[in-house]
Write a protein that binds this ligand. Structure first.
Ligand code: ZN
Ligand code: ZN
Length: 364
């Protein structure tokens, strides 16, 4: 579906998060299935509204969408509509658990996998294979749970809806409650002859290898959602999603803060005093940078565009190099003599009258 999410919500491309939220709430109320019973067009539109909101209300997904278009078309699509229950949670503060949201076969659980990347991989973006062991549809019965050659039948208690509705008369009118059908566990089906391979459960353990596209600039703790690659649903239910948690390993040179990188660079004492060239490590290789005469420890050099790529955006952050002036520790006799001469010229000899007087003055 190549729908334009901005068009669906009727907001401008530069709409603020509040504008998106307001537009979404108005439309969702208008097209909610409960407000339009039996209208398939409204239900379809309601789904589109949710898809659009799911992307535009999340800054990372929105950036990704602005850049690449429909996120769900990508290999590691940032996900799609998370189920009607998501919306109920938004509207009713999560208290609306039962009823319509649970109708039908149960959805498969989400599955979490983890991949560890070096900082270099995170900067460039990589393709990674992830091995996931999960519950997949049974190959013998195609997930139905019924022995090959037989078919599940509609549940006699709930008539296939998977839920039992009760209407109570109260002073305030009729109150309807719905609960999962105990006979079929919400699947809406009964199985006379269970499939021997999966014992009628419809699912068996499978190990899957799939390729995940990690976008450049991804940070430690990010999660990529791969729609529909979690556990298979129960007897025809929707599959869960696979979440791939990203771990970015510590780097021996660079530390990271968002899109910026930091590192320490030592500057020889003489270069700091006289000025000259130092070498700063970057993700793209070492870089020669000039320092001015009289450079002090603690000064920083900011290198624009040498940090991490902005996730789902353009350009890169900066690299901040903290300069540390290095005091030599391995002087030979000749060097000691030269430095003593230098100190004498500067009137900086340890215990010399000049220096001592200056310290005394500072405390008076
Ligand atoms: Zn039932
Ligand atoms: Zn089976």
């Amino acid at each position: 579906m190549a729908a334009d999410y901005y068009e669906i919500l009727g907001v401008a491309r530069d709409a603020s998060p509040d504008d998106v939220k307001r537009a979404y709430r108005n439309l969702a109320r208008q097209y909610h299935p409960d407000a339009n019973p039996g209208d398939p067009d409204a239900a379809e539109h309601f789904k589109e509204i949710n898809n659009a909101n799911d992307v535009l209300s999340d800054p990372a997904k929105r950036r990704h969408y602005d850049q690449f278009g429909d996120a769900r078309a990508g290999a590691a699509g940032f996900g799609d509509f998370g189920g009607i229950s998501d919306l109920f949670a938004t509207f009713f503060g999560g208290g609306f658990g039962g009823g319509a949201a649970r109708r039908g076969p149960a959805r498969g659980a989400d599955v979490l996998a983890e991949i560890a990347l070096t900082l270099e991989d995170a900067a460039e973006g990589v393709e990674r294979e992830v091995e996931v062991t999960t519950l997949g549809a049974c190959p013998e019965c195609n997930g139905s749970g019924a022995a090959p050659g037989t078919f599940p039948t509609r549940c006699s208690d709930c008539g296939g809806t998977g839920e039992i509705r009760n209407v109570r008369r109260t002073m305030l009118g009729n109150v309807m409650t719905a609960s999962t059908c105990p006979r079929c566990g919400g699947a809406g089906q009964e199985i006379a002859t269970p499939c021997p391979h999966c014992s009628g459960r419809g699912r068996v353990e499978v190990t899957d290898t799939l390729t995940v596209q990690v976008p450049p600039g991804v940070d430690d703790g990010a999660q990529l959602r791969v729609s529909g690659r979690g556990e298979a649903g129960v007897r025809g239910g929707r599959s869960g999603d696979l979440y791939v948690a990203i771990r970015v390993l510590p780097h021996e040179v660079f530390r990271r803060a968002g899109s910026d990188l930091g590192c320490e660079v030592s500057v020889p004492m003489t270069v700091a005093a006289l000025g000259g060239t130092i070498t700063i490590p970057t993700l793209d290789g070492p870089l020669e940078v000039e320092v001015t005469p009289g450079t002090q420890s603690g000064e920083v050099k900011r290198l624009r565009g040498r940090g991490m790529p902005h996730l789902g955006g353009r350009g890169r952050g900066e690299l901040v190099a903290l300069l540390k002036v290095e005091t030599p520790t391995d002087l030979d006799p000749e060097q000691v003599e030269l430095l003593q001469q230098f100190a004498k010229l500067r009137d900086e000899q340890a215990g010399s009258k000049g220096l001592f007087d200056r310290i005394k003055e500072a405390f008076q």
